[in-house]
Ligand binder design. Structure first.
Ligand code: PLP
Length: 495
């Protein structure tokens, strides 16, 4: 094979294979429906097809790509399939994929302004665009992190630092400190509790505030929990509200929560990882009501803004606290640049990929009009599906759908009048329905549990998903349910 002075692949080969791969990807994105949406492989079966030791000799790209097609692709769950409707359905758009390619090709590390001024300044500008699009005030300083889990961890570390307990200097162990406490709804994402574990706050000090019938945090319960902790001498550190909870996409009453946080002088972080993006749609702006009063808020472009994973944005109204929490400049990173942002001072990671590029490409290629139109399309598809499910005698809707996720379950008509006593059989039936749907390869859904009841979740969020796919999804659900009469008989308990 032709060698190259740089020891890397030759540019001729890079271009030839690169073009092939772009064609492969374009074809994949246009026709991902030729694959079953979820794979049926056995655990360990992919590993078995791969050598245990690293290759000693160079291999031709053609061989490597054959293995990609024959071993890797069959083991994929296709998140870019238009009938992938589990978890939060996400979508990488073609312009953003090109942005990712550019970012890998440039391989700049935006830890300091001077390590790539364009990476830092593009991030500042694009996050300014996103902030305006979300209707947040200019005081919010944005930083891109990999995931919402990291963004929330960073925000909660800043909340802890804002208590001025000298934790940065003295740590948390072996000191005479009262417990720090965190407040979030029982429907908050597990990343919040995990952040409390990592920050030394402890799971037992995460107060899971009860929710109302619509799965929204009850602000009276929040106030009561804060009063009780204050009385006990504990130190409230942070309240985390959610706009678009993972299970049902419920929206906590952020205005009321912000008022309570102000009364108690507690940091308010809003996890709007999925739902926040909908705030770009003018008629949905209300979902972010009250967020302007938060200390920090996370939104994830990789969930619903058509960029490939990973890209999460943390906005913080108190960037000086972020710097106080994270800034640590060893001599080898010291610079004398004035009036610049060094993003390494605002989070955990030193090395930072040029993620702003893919977001920039989405904004420029689709424009605000195009983004809003696509978000509205997803919301309206989900609302249509919700109305079809809600009017079927053997299905019921389990939660409001403010965005593009529908929570539902099947309840055989003959069990309807006894649905309370039949909770367990109904749960079993729905789990079997989910398994059969996902095994069909035609549709992929996920589930959750709401007040002890298994609920199926159908999320619309892929750029390739059309009304035809949503109609087909409803057809698959009804068809598979129709074939479950044996299971209904088997699970039925005499009443
Ligand atoms: N917050 C919410 C509300 C979520 O739904 C999720 C994931 O679905 C997360 C946080 C975690 O997101 P990430 O995978 O970016 O850490």
């Amino acid at each position: 094979m032709a060698r190259n002075n740089s020891l890397d692949m030759t540019s001729a080969e890079f271009t030839r294979i690169g073009n092939q791969l772009l064609e492969w990807l374009a074809n994949y994105l246009d026709h991902s429906e030729r694959f079953p949406v979820a794979t049926k492989v056995e655990p360990g079966s992919i590993r078995k097809k791969l050598p245990l030791t690293p290759p000693l000799h160079s291999e031709p790209m053609e061989n490597i790509l054959l293995d990609f097609e024959n071993i890797i692709v069959p083991g994929l769950t296709h998140w870019n399939h238009p009938s992938f409707m589990g978890y939060f359905s996400i979508s990488s758009s073609k312009p953003a994929i090109l942005g990712e390619l550019l970012s890998a090709g440039l391989n700049v590390n935006g830890m300091l302004w001077k390590t790539s001024p364009a990476a830092t300044e593009l991030e500042e500008v694009v996050l300014g665009w996103l902030r305006q699009a979300l209707g947040l005030p200019p005081a919010f300083h944005g930083t891109i992190h990999d995931t919402a889990s990291t963004s929330s961890l960073v925000a909660m570390a800043a909340a802890r630092e804002s208590l001025r307990l000298g934790i940065r200097e003295k740590g948390i162990a072996g000191r005479d400190l009262r417990p720090l406490t965190v407040y979030t709804s029982e429907h908050a994402h597990s990343s919040i509790e995990r952040a409390a574990m990592i920050l030394g706050i402890g799971q037992e000090n995460v107060r899971k505030i009860p929710v109302d019938d619509s799965f929204k945090m009850n602000p009276d319960e929040l106030r009561e929990a804060l009063v009780n902790d204050k009385k006990a001498g504990n130190m409230p550190c942070c309240v985390v509200a959610t706009v678009g909870t993972t299970s049902t996409t419920s929206i906590d009453p952020v205005n009321a929560i912000a008022e309570i946080c102000e009364d108690f002088g507690v940091w308010l972080h809003v996890d709007a990882a999925y739902g926040g993006i909908a705030g770009m749609v003018p008629s949905m702006r209300w979902v972010l009501d009250g967020c302007e009063k938060a200390d920090s808020i996370v939104v994830n472009p990789h969930k619903w803004l058509f960029v490939p994973i990973d890209c999460s944005v943390l906005y913080c109204r108190r960037p000086e606290v972020l710097r106080k929490t994270f800034m640590l400049v060893p001599e080898y990173l010291r610079t004398d640049d004035r009036d610049v942002t060094n993003f390494m001072d605002y989070g955990i990671a030193l090395g930072r990929r040029f993620r702003a590029l893919k977001l920039w490409l989405v904004f420029r290629y689709f424009g605000m009009e195009g983004i809003v139109e696509r978000l509205q399309h997803h919301i309206s598809l989900a609302q249509k599906l919700r109305s079809w499910i809600g009017s079927h005698p053997s299905f019921e809707i389990m939660a409001p759908s403010p965005f593009s996720v529908v929570c539902f379950r099947c309840v055989p008509q003959e069990w309807r009048s006894r649905s309370e006593v039949m909770t367990e059989p109904i749960n079993q039936l729905n789990l079997r329905l989910l398994e059969a749907i996902n095994e069909s390869g035609e549709l992929f859904l996920s589930h959750t549990k709401l007040n002890g009841r298994i609920s199926l979740r159908l999320a619309v969020g892929n750029l390739q998903t059309t009304e035809q796919h949503v109609t087909a999804a409803w057809g698959v659900i009804q068809r598979i349910y129709g074939r479950m009469q044996d299971a209904v008989r088997e699970l039925s308990i005499p009443g």
